[in-house]
Design a protein around this ligand. Structure first.
Ligand SMILES: [Zn+2]
Ligand SMILES: [Zn+2]
Length: 829
């Protein structure tokens, strides 16, 4: 008799059971391998979305499988709970950010439990609570003591919509990363973290990140932007001043026909002071204003003015014109460049536009003997052989860079050097809902860090959020007014709060000691769990979060709190969730609400579907039919097991051995072992969770097809029982609730999720090779062995590579090839 699959009752029942037994608790156990599985924690916006469901379901399958396979698993969750949306919601709806956030957390916690994710809820962290953010403050103070946190007046990116400063990393294509409003520039006193001290190590550390997607490493490399080259000082004609340039191509320096300084360069006032001062000054003011509005120089039209002043090339003594232009930025390199139009396309374009001479100094290697007196028609950017370069003529570019760098050093006008594109991380935000920066300004003592004993500096609750410019804290006298911890005199508190990316830069440490009160975390806890064995999350964090976390880990290491240098040796970038061809989003109106799916199909069906439909790192396209299909699969498994419960009533006999059992029984036993092996490797080695599910489906199909025959013999009944029990066990990470229920129904006591992962017999699990026949024009010409179910394209390639087949084709490409899986490749010549 078939029982109904009542997913709602089953899921509630097992969620209670897991919670009651605290089955997901992470307990350090040196006798077992540890596995720290981390998914990027969510921002508590109100409800979980399908991107979350996917991210956490992927992680959960791997965590559950590892636990069953014998590891002690840490699988934590928390809330990235500070930040602007809460404040904006507060302004809009008149709620307090804290109330809004904690309500959202409560709802989302319920949703995650409803999804059956195996989190250790005892370790939940919430970054908006003082017991978390006090440690942001503590870490900041240690950085302040070491000069890693500092304050300076600087031009910063300003989002007029969010009314706050943005880090360079948070400006995407000239717009705000959150609201896409074009970013403007504003001069402000700001707190910075000195990430540039770690630039070199952030790059060299990539060597330990072999298990990261290559494109993510590349994005970080580009962001860090290491360039080796030389600094060279050009003289300012008629003055004792010099202008320093940075170049990666000192070998081309004798071809410099002009110099360009940024409109923001401090030497500009000197350059424009002359007969044309008024005209030049106006141009500079206009250009600076333009540049500050848009930092995206790649897109601006190159514009410049000749100052009439000359620079002296220290290599040649030649006097060349100095230009001011809008395409040279003050904050990269030195804010001045040499223009070598023959060997740099940007300089070429500029020189052509303004009629500046162009002189070849690098010859293509195959034309090294020729003369290069005439102006070249185009630009040559490759390395080559030096010409028109005096004593350096005839040298190859690489050698010349070395020798010319040395020459500059010997003569004292330059040095070989390395620069980075990476800038220090500006963390000041003029908003309320963030960690207060723990600093006090005293008229007598200056800038004073808040003493550890006075931490946390708590966010005051009674604040007026109006949306006006400037920090709401600034207007709260009771917060601002304080006494100096050093001299006891009247003083003012810093009112900027920290960028919320500070919170997420170390939260994975906090999970190791979530209730620790003396330190951010205990060194021995960090040692027991870290590094994170697998980190899963969206690739949109490739630059911001994943660089900041690496930076913080190195800083905490240098504080002596941890001995790891890289927090995430293995990062799995999960693909997007789309529907109707675009990413699910509120603005597109193509959101599917998880709560609705829980009610209609249950959490297990949703999990199986989201894991089955595509591999974790690929895009996942939502399709209701697919969900429907996965739900029906679960119903069929449920039916097949519950219809055969009598098999489990008898004590388990010897598992049928293939020789003793009939044909069908032997095949089912073999397939069972092969499936265990496939699913084990798919989950733990390849993360091919989609093919793991399809293997379980195949085993189910075989068992279902052979059921009636198998039930007729003792060996058959044993085989069927083994297959069904294995299906239940293998399904446990994917559809954990239904699997627990069937485990109980088949007479087992204790939680399935805490039982051992099924083992396979290697000799039984071995895949047989398929013999593929190769025909040419209908005649059998050869045979070869292939793994079962090899793709058609693979079979085709293997067949065409066979010597006998090549001979039969006589060197001509085939006109047509047809492949049949596991059987045949037929070629028409
Ligand atoms: Zn914005
Ligand atoms: Zn003082």
């Amino acid at each position: 008799m078939t029982e109904t699959y009542d997913f709602a009752a089953i899921e509630t029942k097992w969620q209670r059971a897991w919670e009651g037994e605290r089955a997901f608790r992470a307990v350090p156990d040196p006798s077992r391998p540890k596995f720290y599985l981390l998914e990027m924690y969510p921002y508590p916006s109100g409800r979980i979305h399908m991107g979350h469901v996917r991210n956490y379901s992927i992680g959960d399958v791997i965590a559950r499988q590892r636990r069953m396979a014998g590891a002690t698993v840490l699988h934590p969750i928390g809330w990235d709970a500070l930040g602007m949306p809460a404040e904006n919601a507060a302004i809009k709806h008149g709620t307090h950010p804290r109330t809004w956030t904690l309500d959202n957390v409560a709802h989302m916690r319920t949703q995650l439990k409803r999804l059956g994710i195996s989190y250790d809820w005892d370790r939940e962290v919430n970054t908006c609570l003082p017991d978390y953010y006090r440690w942001n403050q503590w870490i900041f103070l240690r950085m302040l003591e070491r000069g890693l946190a500092y304050r300076k007046d600087s031009w910063v990116n300003w989002c007029p919509q969010c009314r706050t400063v943005l880090a360079n990393e948070q400006v995407v294509g000239g717009g705000c990363w959150r609201c896409e409003t074009p970013v403007t520039q504003k001069k402000m006193e700001q707190w910075f973290l000195k990430i540039t001290d770690y630039a070199e190590e952030l790059l060299s550390g990539h060597a330990a990140l072999q298990k990261w997607p290559e494109h993510v490493l590349q994005m970080q490399k580009n962001w860090i932007g290491r360039s080796t080259g030389a600094h060279v000082r050009f003289g300012l004609d008629g003055s004792s001043k010099t202008i320093e340039v940075f170049t990666t191509r000192i070998d081309t320096i004798c071809g410099a026909t002009f110099l360009v300084v940024s409109a923001e360069h401090p030497i500009v006032p000197d350059l424009v002071a002359g007969p044309k001062a008024r005209e030049l000054g106006a141009w500079v003011d206009r250009t600076v204003a333009e540049m500050r509005k848009r930092r995206d120089v790649g897109e601006t039209e190159k514009d410049g003015v000749d100052t009439g002043r000359k620079a002296v090339n220290p290599f040649t003594g030649e006097r060349i014109p100095i230009w001011i232009a809008n395409y040279v930025l003050m904050d990269y390199g030195t804010g001045a460049i040499m223009g070598v139009p023959a060997h740099d396309s940007r300089d070429f374009e500029f020189a052509k536009g303004y009629g500046i001479p162009i002189r070849t100094v690098i010859a293509p290697p195959d034309r090294a003997g020729e003369r290069f007196d005439a102006e070249p028609a185009g630009v040559f950017e490759e390395p080559g052989i030096l010409v028109n370069s005096g004593p350096f003529d005839g040298l190859a570019s690489g050698k010349a860079m070395d020798e010319m760098g040395k020459y500059a050093e010997d003569k004292g006008f330059g040095r070989r050097s390395t620069i980075f594109r990476l800038r220090d991380w500006g963390i000041s935000r003029q908003r309320y809902w963030g960690t207060p920066i723990p600093v006090i300004y005293c008229g007598r003592c200056g800038t004073v860090g808040v003493p550890d004993a006075d931490l946390p500096v708590e966010l005051p609750f009674d604040v007026k959020l109006t949306g006006e410019e400037g920090s709401p804290l600034e207007r709260l006298e009771s917060f601002v007014r304080t006494t100096c911890p050093r001299c006891g005199g009247p003083a003012r508190r810093e009112t900027d709060t920290m960028d919320t990316f500070v919170d997420s830069s170390w939260y994975f440490f906090r999970y190791c000691s979530p209730r620790e009160t003396g330190l951010p975390f205990r060194a021995e806890d960090a040692k027991a769990w870290l590094p994170v064995d697998l980190y899963i999350g969206g690739v949109e964090h490739a630059i911001l979060h994943l660089i900041y976390s690496r930076f913080f880990t190195k800083v905490l290491r240098d504080f002596g709190l941890t001995d790891i240098s890289e927090p995430f040796p293995h990062y799995l970038a999960q693909g997007m969730v789309t529907k109707d061809g675009s990413a699910m989003s509120k603005s597109k109106g193509n959101i599917v609400d998880p709560d609705e799916i829980f009610a209609r199909y249950g959490a297990d069906a949703l999990r199986v579907f989201i894991l089955f439909a595509s591999p974790p790192d690929k895009e996942f396209a939502w399709a209701e039919e697919g969900l429907e299909g996965c739900y029906r699969f679960l119903v069929r498994v449920w039916a097949l097991v519950t219809e055969n419960l009598d098999l489990f009533a008898a004590p388990a006999g010897e598992a049928a051995s293939p020789s003793a059992a009939g044909d069908a029984a032997a095949r089912v036993v073999k397939k069972t072992h092969q499936t265990i092996r496939k699913v084990t490797e798919d989950i733990s080695v390849r993360f091919h969770l989609n093919t793991a599910v399809s293997s379980i489906m195949e085993l189910y199909n075989l068992a279902r097809r052979e059921r009636d025959g198998l039930r007729e013999t003792p060996a058959g009944r044993q085989a069927l029982r083994l297959a069904l029990e294995t299906i239940v066990r293998l399904l446990s990470p994917f559809a954990p609730h239904m699997a627990e229920e069937l485990w109980e129904k088949t007479g087992h006591s204790g939680l399935l999720m805490l039982s051992a992962w099924p083992a396979y017999d290697a000799s039984l699990a071995r895949e047989e090779m398929a013999t593929i026949v190769v025909q040419v024009n209908g005649k059998v010409r050869d045979r070869f062995e292939a793994v079962p179910d090899a793709a058609e394209a693979e079979l085709e390639a293997a067949a065409l590579a066979l010597p006998k087949i090549q001979a039969a084709l006589g060197g001509r490409p085939p006109r047509k090839v047809i492949s049949v899986r596991n059987k045949l490749v037929s070629i028409v010549s």
